[in-house]
Write a protein that binds this ligand. Structure first.
Ligand code: ASP
Length: 299
């Protein structure tokens, strides 16, 4: 079925750390509404870059996910945030890592991309940059951060538990973009940084493919992450197989993960090998789908 002649596509994830038996109705409702809003922007001709930034900003601000407001503290007792964004056409990219005290790390990542000659700023340098450019600060960290829906105290100190948010999009001009943001894994050591802010690991976009990863960052990095999927895809491996090969490496190394990806042909894939991944996808050719666990008939 063709909804429109203009071609666009979008996928969102709310993390591959879904726990079997937990009720994700509120998360799925939120993903459905957000995907609908983002689809309207793409149908209206907005750029993939703007749409992934808008989507991830909302996912960070709402407190339902382990990113932005829903992030858990590290073992030293404070929240640090990682994010990255990439725009396919010129492979422009920006990221922040180990950032404290800002509402939307993804907006700052875009600032790094557009306002500096660098790709990644970390810690106090990233915070100084964000302050100079007047990104919104968290005024009262003690009251700002929320424990994401259903997460238990035990999970907060269990280093296997995790969650992240991400978005990939193809716009009507044929441009691809990807964005990913996280509070990291629970129980992380002070100073720990995972795959999310690393271009080529947590996030990738070029002329052919846009990718956002979620899962145990240490394993995603060691498995080659997003860029290894892009290379497989460009060498002729089908999209889902290319992703599953990287996910297989993650599993072999002892972790689990999930990926959302869109190609220049508007093909969407959302595989994972954790218990579940909160996700939504829609395109000019595909009705909106939202799920957390396995659904009959595919992703
Ligand atoms: N990949 C993120 C990290 O390792 C966590 C996640 O996606 O759940 O920081």
């Amino acid at each position: 079925m063709s909804k429109t002649n203009k071609r666009y596509a979008l996928a969102l994830h709310g993390g591959a750390g879904a726990v079997v038996g937990r009720d994700y109705a509120a998360v799925e409702k939120h993903l459905r509404e957000l995907a609908g809003e983002c689809e309207a922007l793409l149908a209206d001709g907005r750029s993939a870059l703007d749409v992934v930034e808008t989507a991830v900003s909302e996912l960070e601000s709402c407190g339902l996910y382990v990113a932005g407001r829903g992030s858990a503290p590290n073992t030293a007792g404070y929240v640090t945030l990682d994010a990255s964004i990439m725009h396919g056409p010129a492979r422009d990219a920006g990221g922040v890592a180990a950032l404290q005290g800002f509402v939307n790390p993804i907006r700052i990542a875009r600032g790094v991309m557009e306002k500096t000659p660098h790709v990644l700023l970390v810690g106090t340098g990233a915070e100084r940059f964000a302050r100079v450019h007047k990104y919104t600060e968290v005024n009262d960290p003690g009251n700002y951060y929320l424990v994401p829906v259903g997460v238990t105290k035990e999970e907060l100190t269990n280093s296997n538990a995790h969650g992240t948010v991400g978005a990939v999009a193809l716009d009507q001009s044929g441009s691809l973009a990807a964005a990913t943001s996280t509070g990291g894994i629970f129980g992380k050591l002070e100073g720990r940084v995972g795959d999310t802010p690393l271009i080529g690991h947590g996030t990738w976009a070029d002329d052919d493919i846009a990718i956002s990863c979620t899962g145990t960052g240490e394993h995603i990095i060691r498995a080659g992450g997003a860029i290894s999927i892009a290379c497989r895809y460009k060498s002729g491996t089908g999209l889902t197989d290319a992703i599953n090969e990287m996910l297989g490496e993650v599993k072999r190394l002892g972790g689990d993960a999930g990926v959302i990806a869109i190609t220049r042909d508007a093909e969407i894939a959302t595989p994972y090998n954790s218990d579940g991944m909160k996700r939504a996808s829609v395109s000019s050719q595909q009705e909106l789908k939202v799920a957390t666990f396995v659904v009959e008939g595919g992703q």
